[in-house]
Design a protein around this ligand. Structure first.
Ligand SMILES: [Zn+2]
Length: 68
């Protein structure tokens, strides 16, 4: 098992026995999406601030727009 430190909440997060670099994981403690990165023999986690591939557009509020 490999652990890496969450940069947000400083908790050790289990990233599995065979972590894959550049994959994302959700921190179980603070729910931040993190990217797994490898530096030498160490694994680190960085906050994921990337493109959202799955664009779920939540269109709430049915406001009628009267644009003339
Ligand atoms: Zn965290």
């Amino acid at each position: 098992m490999v652990n890496a430190k969450c940069p947000v909440c400083d908790e050790e997060v289990d990233i599995g026995s065979k972590p894959q670099p550049e994959t994302t994981i959700d921190c179980p403690y603070c729910d931040t999406t993190l990217v797994i990165k490898r530096t030498g023999r160490k694994w680190i986690l960085e906050v994921f601030e990337g493109e959202e591939e799955e664009g779920e557009e939540l269109e709430e509020g049915e406001e009628e727009e009267d644009l003339f």
